[in-house]
Design a binder for this molecule. Sequence first.
Ligand SMILES: NC(=O)c1ccc[n+]([C@@H]2O[C@H](COP(=O)([O-])OP(=O)(O)OC[C@H]3O[C@@H](n4cnc5c(N)ncnc54)[C@H](O)[C@@H]3O)[C@@H](O)[C@H]2O)c1
Length: 474
Amino acid sequence: MADSYNGIPVPADGKAITWADGKFTIPDNPIIPFIEGDGTGRDIWRAASRVLNAGVEKAYGGKRRIVWYEVLAGEKAFRQLNTWLPDDTVNACRDFRVSIKGPLTTPIGGGIRSLNVTLRQTLDLYACLRPVRYFQGVPSAMKHPEKLNVVIFRENTEDVYAGVEWKQGSPEAQKVIDFLNNEMLKGGKKQIRPDSGLGIKPISVFGTKRLVRKAIQYAIENKRRMVTLVHKGNIMKFTEGAFQEWGYEVAKAEFRDQIVTERESWILGNKDANPNLSVEDNALAIEPGLGMAPEDYRKKAYAEVKGVLDALYASHGNGAWKKKIMINDRIADSIFQQVIIRPDEYDVMATPNLNGDYISDACAAQVGGLGIAPGGNIGDQYAVFEATHGTAPKYADKDMVNPGSVILSGVMLLEFLGWNEAAKLIEDAMEQTIQQKTVTYDFERQMEGAKKVKTSEFADYMIKNMDALKAAAR
Ligand SMILES: NC(=O)c1ccc[n+]([C@@H]2O[C@H](COP(=O)([O-])OP(=O)(O)OC[C@H]3O[C@@H](n4cnc5c(N)ncnc54)[C@H](O)[C@@H]3O)[C@@H](O)[C@H]2O)c1
């Protein structure tokens, strides 16, 4: 570990978070690198860091404290060091293990390293984590936005986002098209049109299992009741379909005592309701068309039922399965309907990259919270939390925009540290401040009778509310 990064000395009054044998050790005064962010990032960070410090101070009475350490990226790095992303910034995020960033400008003209991509690759941040819940008072288009409370684990390294693609008309695209048409698809009905651009969609056993494993671990640690695998496996069988298959595999192989799959729950539930039910009738109950199915299909269904009852009834039967974490799956297009029609039936979701991108924003929109939606990119050894919105440059330095997204990303960071008391205090204070209708312009214009406050004032109100919440709890 260096004693300075980008020429800025490491604070002497903090300690680095360490990691060994799969476990983080969190000191009471961890050094946390932060990237302030461009544009409105400056306003937001000033407000957000005050709120986070106050939350920690009030929750632990000075026993714990975050020692913030500024690392440079974006415009600030460009002005001071003539690079948009100094190596030292990436090194600091690695060496101190847990960090937070505000939004950064995407430089015009291209050809530069993206911070998100570099950090994701260097630190292997394979899960993009997006919790979506409603804060009472936030304007929303839904009648019951409070019914949605989900945490989305989006795979971050594979799928059509892996960046393996070739531009239409390039010699590389031509070469791949020729290979596919002349070798892989030769003699069949399918051919790729010669004027196509191409992208590859890799989804691996390794990438899927570690993502689903993380989602299930999260569900266990946070007492969530369900993990839904969201995929489009009915169409893309060997990628999205395989994601579903491998997801169930890892759930059953590594979390057998803690989980039940949806199909298993049906089989066990049928037996609970009627202990004398035969294997054949149980199979017919879970697959009503079974009577008309070919014999080998029927035999497979009977074997499945028998297998589940033999292996699981002792541990999961007699209603015990109801206390386990349910693992189910949904087709990606139907989940967009499901989260609207039956929001309270979903909980944790694990999904490949592209589905996750869409569903996280769709869910955040449902609770009115796109502007305050937090996020985190997490691997086994590192985590980087970040605002999910951009730099909103036209409002920069006006002390005007909503600091909610960075504050709630900070709340995720505190939860990651295990500092749940501070995290809860800050979340509650935010909810109360919104309910009191003292909000920034973006919410104020959608709320009746609200008072428009500045970014810094919103932080002041939140801090005041923390005192009131602490006093009320005494
Ligand atoms: N994570 C990131 O670093 C990130 C993400 C998206 C965009 N960007 C970059 O940000 C810049 C601007 O992008 P954009 O205009 O497409 O998106 P943006 O999110 O910055 O702004 C879109 C609009 O959303 C509203 N908005 C955003 N954040 C807000 C907040 N905190 N409070 C209130 N209102 C808010 C504003 O009305 C703004 O005009 C670009 O350079 C873009 O590349 C960065």
